[in-house]
Structures are given as C-alpha cells and as structure tokens.
Design a protein around this ligand. Structure first.
Ligand code: FAD
Length: 463
C-alpha cells in the first residue's frame, strides 16, 4: 500500500544546496521533509569539492617530499599507495556525510532515502525501502544539482572517466589524458602529475582556464610547462582510435593520437533536469537551467529552485546561500539573492581566487576602473612559504572616481584562504581606503591585499 504524507516544505536533493535549505527551514520551525536518492552531501561532499581537495592535498604532500632539498631537508624517495590515499579521502567524506545526517536529525528534518518523481508541481512519489510513498507539500525546493557532461564522441565507461571515477581509482595512471582545461580538469590533472603520472591536456579554447583572464591563468600555465604537462590548445577530441588511443584534431588541421591509460573528461557539468518529472511541474526553463527570479522562485507558485540546477556559478557556497535564503523567505523573511560577489577558487598550482569584476569585466560593464597588482615576490610571507617565485600576485579593481572596490583577484600558492577577505570587502562595499587602512597581520599573505590597495591609491610601500 502506498503511504501518503503532507509537509510544509519538501526539499528535493540533499546536496549542499538542499541540505542547508532543509536545515534552515527546520530551524525556523517549518515542518520539513528532505528526499535524497543517493548520499547526503551531494556532489560537493561525496564526489566533488571535498574529495578533490583531499586528493589535491595528498598529491601536494607527496610532491613536496621530493622538493625539500633546497630547505636543507632530506628523506628517502616517497612511495605511493593510492588505494590507501583514496581510503583516507573516503574517511573524510564518510565523516562529513554522517555529520550532515546528524545535523538534519538534530533539527528534526525528516530525511527520506529514495528518488523523488513528480507527477505535478507539489506531488511526488518515492520508492523507499519501506515501500512506495506519496509526498505532497505546500512549498517545494528543487535542489537536484548537476552531473558531468559526456562528450558524444567519448562516452564515459572503461578507461574514460568522469571526475567521480577519477577520485576513486586505486592506482595512479601512468599516463592521464585530461579533456577540458577548466578548473576541475586542471585541479585533478595537476594532482595526478604531482603523484607521478604523465599528463596530457586537450582543450578546445586557445588557453587554459578560459573563464579566467590571461594574467590570472599565466602562473598556472607556467607550472604546467615547468612540469612537462603536454598541452594541446585549440584542439578537439574526435574519439578513440582502433587501439583505444585518444584521437585529437588540432587547431592547425593536424590529427594526432594520445596513448593514455586513463582519459578524464571534464568538459563541463549540466543541470540534472531529466528523469524525475520536472516537465510535469509547470516551471519554465532558462536554456538548460530552471528559470528563477532573484528570490529563487520558479514560474510555478511555491516551487523554488537553487544551486547547480539554476545556473552559473555552479559553486557549493552559492547553492548553500540560496538554500538558506529560500527557507527564510518561506518563513516570512524579506530576502533577495543579490550578492556583491560569489568568490570562486581554482585549487590549481598555484591557486586562483576571483571575486567580483576583473579589469576586463569592469570595462565591459562600462565602469571607469583602475587596477593595481601587488606581486607575491615582494611578500615576506610568500617567500617563507616558497610561494614568491611562481608569478603570483594580488590584484584589486576599483572605481576611479569613488574608489569603491569592484573586484579582487589573486593567483599564488596558498591564496585560496584569502577568498573570505576578498568576498567580505566586496559584500561590505569597501573603498580602497578601507582596505589600505586595515592593519594586516605580518607576516601573512593578506598583507598583499593591503599593499595592492595602497598601490591603487598611488601610495605603494613595498614595490
Ligand atoms: P548537488 O550537490 O549536485 O546535490 C544534488 C543532490 O540531489 C544529489 O545528492 C542527488 O543525488 C540529489 N537528487 C537529484 N535528483 C533527485 C531526485 N529526483 N530525488 C532525490 N534526490 C535527488 N564547488 C565549489 O564551490 N568549490 C569547489 O572546490 C568545487 N569543487 C568541485 C570539484 C568537482 C570534482 C566537482 C564535480 C564539483 C565541484 N564543485 C565545487 C561544484 C559543487 O560540487 C556544486 O556546485 C555543488 O555540489 C552544487 O550543489 P547542489 O546542492 O546544487 O547540487
């Protein structure tokens, strides 16, 4: 027999968007049900942000063991047991997954394990382990996330991996081909290079990290060149040849093959809109994404959508922020999603942080802006971290007349941790003087932001 249940708030998807929405709704006293078909934590916790950063950290530790001689430290050659590394990574994932379950239980969110399939905007069926269940709700929050995009010429399977499989392989490939030089492909490609794999990157655009400006991506390009990562830019993958080698058409009309034992395809992610009845819900689409307004309302009354399902930037912290906001609006608060900046980090070597407008984006937006760059080679802290010689810098972009900060970006080892200060400055509507007048702790990388602001004001001290 099919059980039925009605709730005030029904959240579909227990990723970082959905579980935060459910948690916040329950905290606000709303009767809340969360349906998750796979594992709580979604892409980010289970097969995205966290496992990739664990692998990147392990690869960094492995690589640095071979690079300690300049510091007067010597040790035997490092050996890798990748299965053990993957086990360590899985331990972190399991811990966070149970942490999310505990938080939801504590907040009295009712979590239902199973896939929701909608028959209309407010009704879904879930096949649970106890039997079929029909759920109806006053408000539905869609947080179904995204999935890796496959290339028609190179479907996933066998040695052709998505990021999910790449994060779970027990042996490091001898030769890894990475198709797509966006942040996910380069983060993982660099990690495997550090673990000793030969790496070849194939990218359709004429440069790596095409979403970042050339100044920011140049130090990463330099690292790839120095570490003999083969790059084929402006090149298209046409499939596998008869011997399982990657077939590539270069921009110059040449054809070549790459004999890799694993091929990682990271050509983008697409919203998960198929197979769960979205078309029966009366929402409207914006290209491949669910269309929303600035409160995450869809075209259907009391159906909300958040996270990767609704478009770029496809980032965990954006999904969570939207989730919390929607819960608060349902509870009667007045909220709007209009952040001054959703900062983004590439955990490449070196790292890139980008918040707000780049100089080019400011120009395109019609701003009369000024920009200043402080090189990390002039930062004492960067030198003590061996981070001064990779071409890194902190850059600040501000309105020429009002000195309002429009954007802050950085590239360099360890700069990811500056993302919070960058986003904070933009969220507070900081002026250059606010940043220049903040006493930054010495010696820290954060001083470079203060110095960049001083430079923009024409009062640079350390360059
Ligand atoms: P998801 O996390 O995808 O969660 C959606 C959930 O919904 C899933 O658990 C799914 O099982 C469930 N679901 C879907 N349909 C149904 C249904 N019908 N019924 C029940 N359950 C359903 N972002 C960052 O900000 N920083 C990073 O460093 C970063 N690194 C990444 C690295 C990799 C390798 C990848 C792949 C992604 C990375 N991301 C990163 C992106 C980030 O993971 C996503 O932006 C984020 O997970 C989106 O959250 P979400 O809640 O919208 O969707």
């Amino acid at each position: 027999m099919t059980e039925s249940r009605h709730t005030k708030v029904l959240v579909v998807g227990g990723g970082v968007g959905g579980y935060v929405a459910a948690l916040r709704a329950a905290q606000l006293g709303l009767d809340t049900v969360l349906v998750e078909g796979d594992r709580l934590g979604g892409t980010c916790l289970i097969r995205g942000c966290i496992p990739s950063k664990a692998l990147i950290h392990a690869a960094h530790r492995f690589a640095e063991m071979g690079e300690l001689a300049a510091l007067g430290i010597s040790a035997g050659p490092p050996r890798l047991d990748l299965a053990k590394t993957v086990g360590w990574k899985d331990g972190i994932v399991d811990r966070l997954n149970s942490g999310v379950a505990a938080l939801l239980a504590q907040a009295k969110v009712s979590v239902i394990a199973g896939w929701a399939v909608f028959s209309d905007a407010k009704t879904c069926a879930v096949e649970t382990i106890e039997g079929p269940l029909t759920l109806t709700a006053e408000h539905v929050i869609l947080a179904a996330g995204s999935e890796a995009t496959a290339l028609p010429t190179l479907p996933f399977g066998g040695d052709v991996l998505s990021s999910t499989e790449a994060l779970n392989i027990p042996d490091s490939p001898k030769h890894l081909a990475v198709v797509g030089a966006g942040y996910i492909g380069l983060e993982l490609g660099i990690a495997f290079r550090k673990l000793g794999a030969e790496v070849t990157v194939v990218e359709m655009a004429d440069r790596i990290l095409p979403r970042h400006d050339a100044q920011l991506s140049r130090p990463v390009r330099r690292w790839l060149d120095r570490h003999r990562v083969a790059l084929h830019l402006g090149a298209t993958v046409t499939g596998l040849d008869g011997e399982g080698r990657l077939a590539v058409a270069t921009g110059k009309g040449e054809r070549l093959t790459v004999a890799a034992d694993k091929i990682l395809v990271t050509v983008g992610r697409r919203p998960r809109t198929q197979g769960w009845g979205l078309d029966a819900m009366g929402v409207e689409m914006d290209g491949p994404f669910v269309m929303i307004d600035d409160q995450c309302r869809t075209a259907m009354k009391n159906v909300w959508a958040i996270g990767d399902l609704v478009g770029e930037p496809m980032l965990a912290h954006k999904a969570s922020a939207q989730g919390a906001m929607v819960a608060e609006i349902i509870a009667g608060e007045r909220r709007r999603f209009d952040p001054a900046a959703v900062a983004a980090v590439c955990f490449t070597e070196p790292e890139i942080v980008s918040a707000g407008l780049s100089p080019d984006a400011a120009k395109a937006a019609g701003e009369d802006a000024t920009a200043a760059r402080f090189p990390l080679s002039a930062s004492g802290r960067a030198l003590t971290l061996e981070a001064g010689d990779d071409g890194g810098f902190v850059r600040i972009v501000a309105g020429r007349s009002d000195q309002r900060v429009l954007g802050i970006q950085a590239v360099g080892r360890g700069v990811a941790e500056l993302a919070g200060e960058f986003a904070h400055a933009l969220a507070m509507g900081a002026l250059l003087e606010d940043i220049a007048g903040t006493i930054h702790v010495h010696p820290t990388l954060g001083e470079a932001l203060g110095e960049a602001a001083l430079l923009a004001l024409g009062r640079g001290l350390h360059v």
